[in-house]
Ligand binder design. Structure first.
Ligand code: ADP
Ligand code: MG
Length: 242
């Protein structure tokens, strides 16, 4: 039973067809990366999984639940997915703890359970001691980890990450990559990761799905993608020229 199953996903914005028959399945606990150049449809794919965009065609199933297919559309709050997007904006007027409390309040989690859940989530990203700080009192890397903790605080079944490291400078990004990998290995949470950075994709992923102009071009392990690219375009994109 695949954890995430995306079948023949299509999306049109007006007459612009930005996803065409995108199909992939992700196993439970897998770190799965959508890789491709800017504009190829990665974020739209993720937004369809999240329920932020409604597919024009195809279906999306997570675990036992079909969230989208012909005639059916479950909104984001019915999907129990954790999300971190490129602009991981924390609420500036709230402390770290208050930022993490927000999704719990929205989900009407018992107030007495909120404290321990917030502590656990911050502990996972190594920031439990910074609970009372405000976002401006944190480094970019720390803010990024708080955003991740906020996505983890309600124990989502799947984590969706859209270029979460792109706001960090090169050195921080490398550190963040290392702890993200460690964290994912510890938690074993199914992760769909979006990036246009092939180095990041090769370093982090169990499998990579390469997209081009709204279509899926190749799916494989980093080794397979790097060693046997399906097309010249994939070869060029992963930094290998034959
Ligand atoms: P990527 O994340 O790979 O850079 P996107 O999924 O953001 O690509 O975008 C794919 C295509 O869909 C682009 O041409 C983009 O302009 C278009 N697009 C994305 N969102 C919208 C929208 N809400 N309305 C119209 N076009 C959109
Ligand atoms: Mg994008």
């Amino acid at each position: 039973m695949p954890e995430v199953k995306v079948s023949n996903l299509s999306k049109q914005f007006g007459s612009n067809s930005v996803l065409r028959d995108v199909t992939f399945t992700i196993a439970e606990g897998e770190f799965f990366t959508l890789l491709g150049p800017s504009g190829c449809g990665k974020s739209t794919t993720l937004a369809c999984i999240a329920g932020l965009e409604r597919p024009t065609g195809g279906s999306i199933t997570i675990g036992e639940s079909t969230f989208a297919d012909e005639g059916r559309f479950v909104p984001p709050e019915g999907r129990n997915l954790g999300m971190v997007f490129q602009s991981y904006a924390l609420w500036p007027h709230m402390t770290v703890a208050q930022n993490l409390a927000m999704p719990l309040k929205i989900r009407k989690i018992d107030k007495r359970r909120q404290g321990p859940l917030i502590h656990d989530a911050l502990d996972k990203v190594g920031l439990a001691e910074l609970k009372e700080r405000y976002p401006h009192q944190l480094s970019g890397g720390q803010q990024q980890r708080v955003a991740l903790a906020r996505a983890l605080v309600y124990s989502p079944s799947v984590l969706l990450l859209d270029e979460p490291l792109s706001n960090l400078d090169a050195q921080l990004r490398e550190q963040a990559r290392a702890w993200l990998k460690r964290l994912q290995e510890e938690l074993g949470i199914t992760t769909v990761y979006v990036t246009h950075d092939q180095v990041e994709a090769l370093a982090l992923s169990d499998r990579i799905a390469v997209m081009s102009r709204g279509e899926m071009v190749q799916i494989g392990t980093p080794k397979e993608i790097y060693a046997t690219p399906a097309t010249a375009e994939v070869a060029a994109f992963v930094g290998r020229s034959n």
